[in-house]
Ligand binder design. Sequence first.
Ligand SMILES: *Cc1c(COP(=O)(O)O)cnc(C)c1O
Length: 410
Amino acid sequence: MSEGLGENADTDTAQWRDGGWKASYGNVMMRTLATPKLMLVRGEGARVWDVDGNEYLDFLAGIAVNSLGHAHPALVDAVSRQIGTLAHVSNYFSTPPQIELADRLRAITGAGERGRVLFGNSGAEANEAAFKLARLNRGPHGRRTRVLALHNAFHGRTMGSLALTGKPPMREAFEPLPGGVEHIDSTIAALEAAIDDRVAALFVEPIKGEAGVLDLPHGFLRRARELTEQHGALLIVDEIQTGVGRTGQWFAYQHSGILPDAVTVAKGMAGGVPIGALVTFGWASELFSQGQHGSTFGGNPLATAAGNAVLAEIERADLIGNAARRGQELKQIIRSFDSPLVGDVRGHGLLIGIGLTEGDAHRLSDAALRYGLIINAPNESSIRLAPPLIVGDSELAEFRERFGRALGSV
Ligand SMILES: *Cc1c(COP(=O)(O)O)cnc(C)c1O
């Protein structure tokens, strides 16, 4: 271990070089994850460096978290200033950045004047809060007993958010999970068959990121909006991966022109500082009452100051426009390889999935790493790209070169 402050980074990390960190990782970390491929020590823009000094182009951005890339001055300044002023106060007190961020979220989601915001610290927590919101939606005949979610959608790893997650292998070891959740296919026919007056809420992941960046069928969200409205069910959109500009709109549901009753936000909102939020619309804002939910860290000034800095910079630099435009360019680059391996190219803006026709996506992502490119294989047949929203010509040119070499090598 480091002897403490004052030593330079070289001394601090010397013992971890040449894979020296791997045995320690295996000893001290819980066995919930495979041993990572790299130990990273520094980042700047769309680039990161490992402990051995190798540089990588980061087209995963901490799974759609580092919206502004690494060490962006706007975020560094805001967080440094805030932690040097007031980092945390508990929910017995308010702070300026908290109200400012809640107000910004109401504006960018379209929730407007009747919107309300509940802050937490992660995506799973935001979905937990949304699940509790669903339980509060009483029908004309008392409690609504059914909660609908989609097969293969991911909503998090806590007990409630896992109950919503439509992936049996993740769930089975932890059953019984909170009850009443039914998973349906992502088709309009399945929606029409499932929704009735006993449904409290329908949860939708608008692009299934963890499943390999799978788009919903055309018209799905519009039909979901009509049916939930008709039956008094909440339409809750999980924008934890798709939100905050990533798809070329502030939120993915805005591509369909609908407004949900609630939206959950996390990953990209504070550029790497942990945060989550549930934003409610209209009547859904009246469901929670005093004492029904809370979190010690939720909405603290440090995290909300980071959120304000990220949202302000996205607006100032038009990173939503950039995500839309660079996403198109990136798709063109991927298709231009004309490789038999590359199947469909999916997603919106800078959340892109590549379906592989054969072979193993993990082999391709490992190969990319060898050529200095971080991409992600969420499953055997898909590659996911989620670069920071700041990428420009030079990053795309570099992606073309490195991805091309990786494709050619597998
Ligand atoms: C990442 C993710 C979550 C869970 O967020 P955590 O911060 O990991 O708890 C939930 N839903 C979606 C769509 C996600 O991508």
